[in-house]
Design a protein around this ligand. Structure first.
Ligand SMILES: CC(C)(COP(=O)(O)OP(=O)(O)OC[C@H]1O[C@@H](n2cnc3c(N)ncnc32)[C@H](O)[C@@H]1OP(=O)(O)O)[C@@H](O)C(=O)NCCC(=O)NCCS
Length: 177
């Protein structure tokens, strides 16, 4: 999608409403993004407001993929780690709206998140994804290495346990050999 624009998102009511809609739809469709179905609009908005407040403090970045005025997808880059892990960042809440899937939106968001992590001096990117209905194939295409699986890690949005797959990728220049 050539016209897609990736931007750090800010805490305005319209953006929070679009993020909430994306999260609710993803959870309803079985996406493993920390929440159970049905997710209320109030809980979804509360999650994003807190996440955007953390972003304003520099603890994370919440990126959005805009198609004109519509939010096609989002990804969060977690940056707030313990003092002995200043080189690490983590990917979370990667979601593409159902109408925009299969057109490279998540790939563009992941490239932008990785670029930002490198700009912040991070050299190791980690993430996990559900064993069932997760995005393992996408992450492997993006160069992430599978460490292993933890069984029965979390509940799926509609119930029943799923394992999680742990991935890592070295990025940028390794400043901490
Ligand atoms: C996973 C998700 C973000 C992918 O979004 P997308 O914008 O459709 O992804 P892209 O178009 O950039 O896909 C890039 C490539 O990854 C592949 N891919 C995408 N989703 C995949 C998945 N779930 N499993 C395996 N491969 C996947 C695509 O086939 C595509 O391959 P290609 O380049 O060979 O055609 C989207 O399906 C989604 O929001 N799912 C629900 C939420 C979720 O599971 N998020 C991950 C949480 S860890």
């Amino acid at each position: 999608m050539d016209s897609l624009e990736i931007q750090a998102l800010s805490d305005d009511a319209a953006t929070v409403a679009m993020l909430a809609e994306l999260l609710i739809g993803t959870v309803a469709a079985g996406g493993s993004v920390s929440f159970m179905h049905p997710l209320s609009a109030a809980a979804a908005r509360d999650f994003w407001r807190k996440s955007l407040a953390a972003a304003a403090r520099g603890e994370r970045a919440v990126l959005g993929a805009w198609q004109g005025d519509a939010l096609a997808g989002t990804v969060t880059l977690l940056l707030d780690f313990q003092p002995n892990q200043p080189h690490r960042a983590e990917i979370a809440k990667l979601m593409t709206g159902r109408d925009y899937r299969g057109r490279g939106v998540a790939t563009r968001l992941m490239h932008a998140a990785e670029e930002l992590a490198v700009q912040k001096g991070r050299t190791l990117l980690v993430l996990d994804t559900a064993s069932e209905e997760g995005a393992a194939g996408l992450y492997e295409k993006l160069g992430f290495t599978l460490t292993g699986e933890i069984p029965d890690f979390a509940l799926k949005p509609h119930g029943g346990l799923t394992g999680t797959l742990m991935y890592w990728k070295r990025i940028g220049r390794d400043r901490f050999p």
